[in-house]
Design a protein around this ligand. Structure first.
Ligand code: SAH
Ligand code: SF4
Length: 417
């Protein structure tokens, strides 16, 4: 972990501006570079190819914080590297353990001052299952989709992350694990942001994670979660990678999904599920559907039956996660017996269902919450207005009325296609 300059500490408890506070560092992050790119860089400077391999080794397997500490390289090359690239794009990182050490939430500050989060979850070995260490990473600073139950949605969109900013979250977690003689086993794009609205950079990052010369993690150990950017799902299907696709469904009925996932106003639930079905057909991989369960909103028998009808016969797995409380919503998570009843009704239609009671963070439920905390709490008047709007929208949705509000962020979503 890098040292923190005194003017920034203490990291937690401060209320830094939610938006960028300084210009971005123009140097690319070195973790975004492939062996070929580094070799070409070295060749342009008359350096032998093995220098590029040494750099890759230091970046992906070393414990150093800076090029200056990579003593396998001569000082002149270290200086050239530092001029051209950033060793780490996450300027400062503060780690906060929770769940008795089973979960570590990290807040990272980017070069322009924006904050993003990653969450590392430890799963001890059990009978029939090996020990796992799963990292939930962010793909954007903020998010344009604006789901009303999500802390990141509340922040609004700041910017897309660079591939290296995505990858450096993984490097940080891996370094912490390596210090304890452990390895990261899974990476999930379920932190802040909508990965399919930053798909080029996300694909670059996945390529680096897969690359044996860099992180070397099998695609099957990577999951990408989307709120339903249909062109992005189709693009993934055409590319054919074997990672897990997770769809944040939240509701099977359009009027309610329009409110819970505003992107539904552009790509309604049937189109999202059709695209996911094609993905399952093409890759042979089961699609995961996530439902954040909100008391009295999307947890009724009618919702369970609509879900069962929507997914009947599909290669699908449903995850039910009671909503984590966030400041700006009037809602609470569904009580456990309600979630169990919902699960039973969906299972009765032959669909696999898992309930995630106590590790909601596994799907990134907590992602965005710390950054939102840092961004400062909205005033009580603002919270009141938002809550009233959400209540009015969801009341109309529960009466079966479709929203007349426009879909958000379409330019970015369409550009992903
Ligand atoms: N934007 C993508 C990926 C990041 S969100 C997506 O929406 O799929 C990752 C997951 O966290 C989503 O399934 C989202 O619904 C869930 N989530 C967000 N806020 C939550 C909350 N307050 N409680 C529980 N789950 C939440
Ligand atoms: Fe964005 Fe996902 Fe949060 Fe919705 S749930 S606002 S898509 S990060």
């Amino acid at each position: 972990m890098t040292a923190q300059p005194p003017e920034i500490t203490p990291f937690f408890g401060l209320r830094p501006a939610p938006s960028a506070t300084r210009p971005r560092d123009p140097r690319p992050g070195v973790s975004g570079l492939s062996a070929e790119e580094l070799t070409a860089w070295a060749a342009e400077r008359g350096l032998p190819a093995y220098r590029a391999r040494q750099v890759l080794d230091a970046v992906w397997r070393g414990r150093q914080d800076d090029f200056a500490q990579v003593l396998t390289l001569p000082a002149a090359i270290r200086e050239q590297l530092a001029e051209a690239f950033r060793f780490d794009t996450l300027a400062e990182t503060e780690v906060r353990p929770t769940d008795g050490g089973l979960t570590e939430k990290a807040v990272h500050r980017l070069s322009d001052g924006l904050l993003i989060e990653s969450v590392l979850m430890h799963y001890p070995a059990r009978v029939g299952a090996r020990e796992r260490h799963t990292l939930c990473i962010s793909s954007q600073a903020g998010c344009a989709v604006g789901c009303p139950f999500c802390a990141t949605g509340e922040l609004g969109m700041e910017r897309d992350l660079e591939a290296a900013e995505i990858l450096d979250q993984v490097r940080h977690a891996q370094r912490r694990l390596a210090a304890a003689g452990k390895h990261l086993t899974n990476v999930v794009f379920m932190g802040m942001g909508e990965p399919l609205m930053n798909l080029d950079r996300v694909l670059e990052a996945i390529e680096a994670l897969n690359d044996p010369a860099r992180f070397g993690l099998g695609a099957r150990h990577i999951a990408v979660s989307t709120s339903g950017v249909v062109p992005g799902i189709r693009r993934l299907t055409a590319l054919g990678p074997q990672f897990t696709l997770a769809i944040s469904l939240h509701a099977a009925r359009n009027p309610l999904r329009d409110v819970l996932v505003p992107l539904n106003r552009r790509w309604p639930v049937e189109e999202v599920v059709a695209a996911a079905r094609e993905h399952a057909g093409a890759t042979g991989r089961r699609v995961t559907y996530e439902l954040t369960m909100i008391e009295g909103i999307n947890d009724t028998d009618a919702d369970a039956d609509a879900l069962a009808e929507l997914l009947r016969g599909d290669l699908a797995h449903v995850n039910l996660i009671p909503m984590n409380q966030v400041a700006h919503t009037p809602w609470t998570g569904s009580p456990i017996p309600v979630v169990e009843r919902f699960a039973d009704r969906v299972r009765a239609a032959g669909i696999a269902v898992t309930i995630r009671f106590n590790r909601g963070t596994e799907i990134g439920a907590a992602c965005g919450q710390l950054a939102a905390e840092h961004a400062g709490q909205p005033t009580p008047a603002v919270v009141k207005r938002r809550r009233e709007r959400i209540v009015a929208q969801s009341a109309a949705a529960l009466r079966g009325e479709r929203s007349s509000e426009p879909a958000p962020a379409l330019a970015a979503a369409e550009a992903a296609s």
